[in-house]
Design a protein around this ligand. Structure first.
Ligand code: GLN
Length: 303
C-alpha cells in the first residue's frame, strides 16, 4: 500500500476545511493561543516505513495522549496491582467529570479520564523520578530528545482547578498515596510535553508490535500488557466519544485537547493526526475526520 499517497490525499482533501469547524481548547490559556489552521498526519509501520503530510513536523502539546505513556510505565512497574484503585470501564462522561467519583467512592472509571490519569501519576510518584522517567521513555521511543513546554505547564497549573478538585476528592477517599501538589505537578507537566506527529507515530510504535520497542531499544511491555492498553484506548481513549470513534473508525485511539490523536493498527502501524480545533467532546474535529478517511481509504481497522 502506498501510505505516502494516502496521507497526501487526506491532507489535500481536509486542508480546505481548516477554520470551518471546531474550537481550540480555551480553558488552558496557553493552548487558546495556538492557531487552529494547522493539520498534520504521520505514520510509521511495523517495518519502519514512514509517511507524513501537512504540519507533521510541528511540535504541539500532547496533553492526554501522554496518558498512554504514563499508563505504560505504571503497568510495567505494577502490572495487575495497578488496578486495585483504578477501573477499566468507559466513563460515558466528559474527561474532566467529577460526578462518577462520588458514587464510585473515589475510584476513577479508567486510566484515561483525568481522574484516572492523576491516579496513575500518583503511582508513578511512588516509584520516584516520575517525570524524568516519562521523558526518558518518550525520547528513547522516538529517538529524539522530548521536552516539556514550560509555558503550557505553568498555564495548566494556574488554571487547573478541576484537576485539583479531582485530585483532592480522590485523596479524601484514599485513592492517592502521595501529596496532592506533587502528583498534580507531574500530571500538569506530562500534559505539557510537546511532540510532533512524526515523533508520536514513532513513539507509540510498541503498541502495534506486541510491546517491542519501535527502534533498537529494549522490550517496552509484554504482549499481554500491550493488548490491554490497546483495549483501553479503544473503549476509553476518546472519552464520551469512544463509542462513536469505535463505530466510525474502529481503531484504538487516544486523543488530547492539544488536538492530537494517536491511533494503532495492531501488527501494521501507528498513526498520529493533529489539528488543534476540537469538537464538543474535546477530540480533534479534523483529526477524527482524517482517521475516518484513513480507514475508508486503506480498509485498515481492527474490525
Ligand atoms: N491537561 C488537560 C486537562 O487536564 C488534559 C485533558 C485532555 O487532553 N483531554 O484538562
Amino acid at each position: 500500500m502506498d501510505f505516502q499517497l494516502v496521507l497526501d490525499q487526506i491532507n489535500t482533501e481536509l486542508r480546505p476545511l481548516l477554520g470551518t469547524g471546531g474550537k481550540v481548547a480555551s480553558y488552558i490559556p496557553a493552548l487558546a493561543r495556538v492557531s487552529p489552521l494547522q493539520f498534520g498526519i504521520a505514520l510509521r509501520t511495523c517495518a519502519g516505513e514512514t509517511a507524513q503530510a501537512g504540519d507533521s513536523a510541528v511540535p504541539f502539546s500532547i496533553q492526554s495522549m501522554s496518558k498512554v505513556f504514563s499508563l505504560t510505565l505504571a503497568i510495567k512497574a505494577l502490572d495487575e496491582a495497578l488496578w486495585s484503585r483504578i477501573g477499566r470501564e468507559p466513563s460515558g462522561s466528559p474527561f474532566n467529570s467529577l460526578v462518577q467519583l462520588e458514587t464510585e467512592r473515589g475510584v476513577p472509571r479508567n486510566p484515561f479520564i483525568n481522574a484516572g490519569a492523576i491516579a496513575v501519576a500518583d503511582r508513578l510518584v511512588s516509584q520516584a523520578d516520575a517525570l524524568p522517567q516519562l521523558l526518558r521513555l518518550l525520547s528513547g521511543l522516538c529517538g529524539e530528545a522530548v521536552h516539556v513546554d514550560a509555558e503550557v505547564a505553568r498555564s495548566e497549573a494556574d488554571t487547573g482547578y478541576r484537576n485539583a478538585a479531582l485530585a483532592n476528592f480522590m485523596k479524601g477517599f484514599g485513592t492517592l498515596d502521595n501529596d496532592v501538589a506533587t502528583v498534580l505537578d507531574v500530571y500538569f507537566h506530562q500534559c505539557a510535553i510537546a511532540m510532533t506527529c512524526e515523533q508520536v507515530a514513532c513513539a507509540a510504535g510498541y503498541l502495534c508490535r506486541d510491546g517491542q520497542h519501535p527502534l533498537a531499544g529494549p522490550t517496552v511491555i509484554s504482549a499481554t500488557q500491550t493488548r490491554r492498553i490497546n483495549a483501553l484506548m479503544l473503549t476509553c481513549g476518546t472519552y464520551d466519544a469512544a463509542g462513536e470513534f469505535a463505530f466510525r473508525i474502529g481503531l484504538p485511539c487516544k486523543s488530547g485537547v492539544g488536538g492530537g490523536i494517536v491511533a494503532v493498527v495492531p501488527d501494521r502501524l501507528t498513526l498520529c493526526v493533529w489539528s488543534p480545533a476540537l469538537d464538543a467532546t474535546g477530540n480533534s474535529w479534523l483529526g477524527r475526520q482524517a482517521l475516518e478517511l484513513f480507514v475508508a481509504k486503506t480498509g485498515l481497522s481492527v474490525f
